[in-house]
Design a protein around this ligand. Sequence first.
Ligand SMILES: Cc1cc2nc3c(=O)[nH]c(=O)nc-3n(C[C@H](O)[C@H](O)[C@H](O)COP(=O)(O)O)c2cc1C
Length: 189
Amino acid sequence: MAERLIIGMSGASGAPLTVELLRQLRSLHPEVESHLVMTRGAELSLRQETGLGPEALEALVSVRHANDDIGACIASGSYAAMGMLVVPCSMKTVAGIVSGYSDNLLLRAADVCLKERRRLVLAARETPLSTVHLRNLCEASRLGAEILPPMLTYYDRPASLEDCTRRMAARLLSRFGLGGADDVWTGLD
Ligand SMILES: Cc1cc2nc3c(=O)[nH]c(=O)nc-3n(C[C@H](O)[C@H](O)[C@H](O)COP(=O)(O)O)c2cc1C
């Protein structure tokens, strides 16, 4: 059976990171069955930050699910998957995850990962972080999620923002034992 990875995309800043991650996943790990679910906010930020529409991401994944389709396969714990990456992860989505208020498919799929003890990685993004955000992130970590904010690094001497994006996408994939591209920026078009 093919390994499955669920990718949730919410309305925080960072759409180019999701695009790059899906490109790396598809080109380097075509054996992985990828399931994408996007919130309405994610669609807006994708358009604003990349000029792309959701159909561009649809072409990069095995299956795209509608966020209101709470009966989709990824809403069930019996549907095996290696886990889920939420990239980028808004503070609203973090709040939904920690409260178990699963009123959309992204939140339900994350809830399933927690209850099935599967890997759940949150590329949580906001700045500055309020006490509410910090409290919710701390709770998400306590509940078993990994918090991996898309932070800039300087020690690896990035040549460009694209360079940073490529390396961060690779780092996120590596949490699932999937090697990423750390030497080729695949671009946005
Ligand atoms: C341009 C833009 C950038 C945003 N960036 C962030 C962000 O970095 N982090 C965040 O938590 N919310 C951010 N937001 C707010 C979220 O999109 C908003 O709270 C939304 O309701 C999140 O819903 P979702 O988690 O269902 O996508 C941004 C909104 C816009 C319009």
